[in-house]
Design a protein around this ligand. Structure first.
Ligand code: PLP
Length: 398
């Protein structure tokens, strides 16, 4: 098996997504091989010992690493400009490892309050069970991050843009406060995608993805990725993953490896389609509010101009009539399907208040901006005229 082509890291991002990380077997396959194996055999007992001591390079056991998973990790690291990457079975496994592994009982975590429901659960409900203090702040209020810092603060965590309200946080400003506090900044970059926002270059220490979303991008596999420096990824985080075991299946890694080859094409086109649909929605009389990262009316448009190179593929908008108005719209959509997934080739629509953010009280939802009339729309690869026609007939029924 040949070694990864490190020279690929010097190439353009699109080229890296096609070539970086490839490990060719003795058969010289053009497409990446799928190594569907739990373990690996050793030539002799001493080699087995060397693998466990890390003095002999090579693979041991699927919970720790796998050649196909390693290709995905290497390719993503080359694309993201990270020194190390670890893949996980889901996006939540990546978030949990990134936020939990670096802390101990008695430490403190500060997080933005506008988070995906499960991300907020990890911070608000899960960490305190293990003696980790947590503080939720309005992520857009930079002074609130500074005020939340305590001597035991070890991790800052944020999503930007957030799910589902597309709230955008000034990553360099938060990174500066984290650094001064001696804490690490973990950024969930799912909504921005690795194409449009590069948190490590903006000062973050760790970036996490639900690879389930745009990275697979075709609704097939769950997966997660954690990227950062060798010190952070190969320290506590790697230990946490090895010992607790949320390993990504080699099959899912193989699907995602192939997906990375087309990521810029897919996301570029989806963002272009999203812009068409968002412009049309903003000009329509029914939605009372349209939130889109490509619009000047976005509350954090000035930050977006500084830290994002594209608008994402998500749109949030509000319809009159609260939950009933939202349900009328969703139930009238024919082409756009109701689903809590996002970042897919198929356009998907969801009512966050009754699904992804259902478990919160109405007061907490209101504070997060998740109103009863809020809709989240993920734009896919269909022709935008067909999406607009579907929304037009559906909005007429609200
Ligand atoms: C922002 C964000 N982070 C993490 C996740 C979790 O990803 P997964 O469903 O792959 O566990 C999601 C899922 O929707 C998400 O939207």
């Amino acid at each position: 098996m040949s070694a990864p082509d490190n020279a690929a890291a010097k190439l353009h991002p699109e080229t890296r997504l096609v070539h970086a990380g490839i490990l060719r077997s003795q058969y010289g396959e053009t497409s990446e091989a799928l190594f569907l194996t739990q373990g690996h055999v050793y030539d002799n007992a001493a080699q087995a010992e060397g693998r466990f001591l890390n003095t002999d390079p090579g693979f041991q056991y699927g919970r720790l690493s796998n050649p196909t998973v390693a290709m995905l990790e290497e390719r993503m690291a080359a694309f993201e400009g990270a020194k190390a990457c670890r893949a996980t079975a889901t996006g939540m496994a990546a978030v949990t490892a990134a936020v939990m592994a670096p802390v101990r009982a008695g430490d403190h975590v500060v997080a933005a309050s506008a988070l995906f429901g499960s991300c907020r659960y990890i911070v608000e409900d899960h960490l305190p069970r293990y003696g980790v203090e947590t503080t939720l702040v309005d992520g857009t209020d930079i002074e609130a991050w500074r005020k939340a810092v305590k001597p035991n603060t070890k991790v800052f965590f944020l999503e930007s843009p957030s799910n589902p309200t597309l709230e955008v946080i000034d990553i360099p400003a938060v990174a500066k406060i984290a650094k001064e506090a001696g804490a690490i900044l973990v950024v969930d970059n799912v909504f921005a995608t690795p194409l449009f926002q590069r948190p490590l270059e903006l000062g973050a220490d760790i970036v996490v993805y639900s690879a389930t979303k745009h990275i697979d991008g075709q609704g097939r596999c769950l997966g997660g990725l954690i990227l950062g420096s060798k010190k952070l990824i190969e320290g506590d985080i790697q230990q946490f993953l090895r010992q607790t075991g949320p390993a990504l299946s080699p099959f899912n890694a193989w699907v995602m490896l192939k997906s990375l080859e087309t990521l810029p094409l897919r996301i570029g086109k989806q963002a272009e389609n999203a812009t068409r649909v968002a412009d049309w929605l903003a000009a329509h009389s029914v939605p009372s509010r349209v939130i889109f990262c490509g619009h000047k009316s976005h509350p954090q448009a000035e930050i977006i101009a500084r830290q994002m190179s594209g608008p994402s593929t998500l749109i949030a908008f509000e319809v009159p009539g609260g939950k009933e108005g939202a349900y009328r719209l969703l139930d009238a959509c024919r082409l756009i399907r109701i689903s809590n997934n996002l970042g897919d080739a198929k356009s998907l629509i969801v009512h966050p208040a009754t699904t992804t953010h259902q478990r919160f009280t109405p007061e907490v939802r209101a504070a997060m901006g998740v109103t009863d009339g809020l809709i989240r729309l993920s734009i896919g690869l269909e022709h935008p005229d067909d999406l607009i026609a579907d929304l037009e007939q559906a909005l007429a029924k609200v």
